[in-house]
Design a protein around this ligand. Structure first.
Ligand SMILES: Nc1nc2c(ncn2[C@@H]2O[C@H](COP(=O)(O)OP(=O)(O)OP(=O)(O)O)[C@@H](O)[C@H]2O)c(=O)[nH]1
Ligand SMILES: [Mg+2]
Length: 323
C-alpha cells in the first residue's frame, strides 16, 4: 500500500512535500489492515511536530450546491496568492451511490493539476467514525507536507457534516438560493455548527433569489444562534462561476480564524477536538476487540438469535456477552 517505501522514506518524503509520497502515506493511514496500523502510527508520530499550523476549513452543503466548483475557484486564488492548498473530498454517500468522488476529482481538474495543490478524494469507509478518524489523520499528513490551507469537502446529508465541523477551525456551510424558509431540508444541526454561511450560484437569473436567501438565512441564524464568543455568523452571496463574492467568503473565513485566535477559542476548540478524537478511537477499538474476542464469537450467534426471537431480554443478552 505504501509502494514499497519504508517508514523512514515515507516520513522524509512527506517532510519534503513530495505529493506522491504524501498520497502513499495517506493510503497507508486509510488502510484498515491491522498490519498497516502500526506503520501508520509510526509515520504520524514522527510527523506530529510539523502539524497544526494550517488553516483548516470544512465545506459542506447539499448535493449539487457547488462545493467542488467553489473549492476549485478558491483553491486557484489561494495558490495564486502563494499558498499551498490541500483539498480532502469525502463523500459519506459514496458507498451507497457508487461514488461521485471521481466526479469531484474531474471537477477540480485545474486545481488538481496545480503544483501547489493536492486534491484527495476519500472514500467514506462505511462508518462515520471511520471517515472522521482517517480524515483527521490525512489532514495532519497534509500539514506535515507543508500545506498551509487544508479544505475538507463533504456532502451535507446527515450527521457527517457535524463530524467534519469537529475536524476544522472554521466550518463553511453552502446553501442554494431559493426556498429559504424551508431551509432546504437541511437539518438545523448544520446551521448550529456553521461559522460562515455562503449562498452559492449568485449569478444570472439566480441573483435576486440569492439576495433574498441571504436575508432569510441571516434572519434564521439570528434566531438560531446566540454568539457566546462574540462571533456573528456572516451570510454572504457568492458565485464560483463569475467569481463574485468568492474573495469575500475567504475573507470571512480568515476573519473567523483571527477572531478565534484572539479570543482563545481556536486553541480550546482544537484541544476539545483532540479529546473527542481520543475517545472516538478508544470506543471504536473497544468495539472491534469485543467483536473479535473468541469468547464473544462462541456465544454471539445463540444470544443474538434469542434476543431477536424475543426469548431473551436485550439487556440480559448484552450483559451475557459483555460478561
Ligand atoms: N450558475 C452557477 N452554477 C454553478 C456554480 N457553482 C457550481 N455550479 C453548477 O452546479 C453544479 C454542481 O456543482 P458542484 O460544484 O459539482 O457541486 P457539489 O456541491 O460539489 O456537488 P456534489 O459533490 O455532487 O454534492 C454544476 O453543474 C456546476 O456547474 C455557480 O457559482 N453558478
Ligand atoms: Mg462535489
Amino acid at each position: 500500500v505504501s509502494g514499497g517505501l519504508s517508514v523512514a522514506q515515507l516520513i522524509a518524503g512527506v517532510e519534503a512535500g513530495d505529493r506522491s509520497v504524501l498520497a502513499r502515506a495517506i493510503t497507508l493511514v486509510e488502510s484498515n489492515r491491522p498490519e498497516h496500523a502500526a506503520r501508520a502510527q509510526e509515520v504520524l508520530t514522527a510527523l506530529l511536530p510539523r502539524t497544526g499550523s494550517a488553516v483548516r476549513v470544512g465545506v459542506s452543503g447539499p448535493p449539487g450546491v457547488g462545493k467542488s466548483t467553489l473549492l476549485e475557484a478558491l483553491g486557484l486564488r489561494l495558490t495564486a496568492a502563494g499558498h499551498k492548498v490541500a483539498v480532502l473530498a469525502i463523500d459519506p454517500s459514496s458507498t451507497v451511490s457508487g461514488g461521485s468522488i471521481l466526479g469531484d476529482k474531474t471537477r477540480m481538474e485545474h486545481l488538481s493539476a496545480h503544483a501547489s495543490a493536492y486534491v484527495r478524494p476519500s472514500p467514506s469507509g462505511g462508518a462515520l467514525g471511520g471517515v472522521h478518524r482517517k480524515t483527521r489523520e490525512s489532514l495532519l499528513l497534509c500539514e506535515a507536507a507543508g500545506y498551509d490551507v487544508v479544505l475538507v469537502e463533504t456532502v451535507g446529508v446527515g450527521q457527517s457534516e457535524v463530524a467534519v465541523a469537529d475536524l476544522v477551525d472554521t466550518f463553511l456551510v453552502l446553501l442554494l438560493p431559493g426556498s429559504g424558509d424551508e431551509l432546504q431540508g437541511i437539518k438545523k444541526g448544520i446551521l448550529e455548527v456553521a461559522d460562515v454561511v455562503a449562498v452559492t450560484k449568485a449569478d444570472g437569473e439566480h441573483l435576486t433569489l440569492a439576495r433574498q436567501a441571504v436575508q432569510q438565512f441571516s434572519a434564521a441564524l439570528r434566531l438560531l444562534r446566540h454568539a457566546p464568543d462574540g462571533w456573528v455568523v456572516p451570510v454572504l452571496p457568492c458565485s464560483a462561476v463569475s467569481g463574485d463574492g468568492v474573495g469575500a467568503v475567504w475573507e470571512a473565513v480568515v476573519a473567523h480564524r483571527a477572531h478565534t485566535l484572539q479570543s482563545g477559542s481556536l486553541a480550546s476548540r482544537r484541544a476539545e477536538q483532540r479529546r473527542r478524537w481520543l475517545w472516538a478511537v478508544i470506543d471504536e477499538e473497544l468495539g472491534r476487540r469485543f467483536r473479535a474476542s473468541p469468547e464473544v464469537a462462541a456465544q454471539v450467534a445463540e444470544v443474538e438469535a434469542a434476543v431477536v426471537a424475543g426469548a431473551l431480554p436485550v439487556m440480559a443478552g448484552a450483559a451475557r456477552l459483555l460478561g
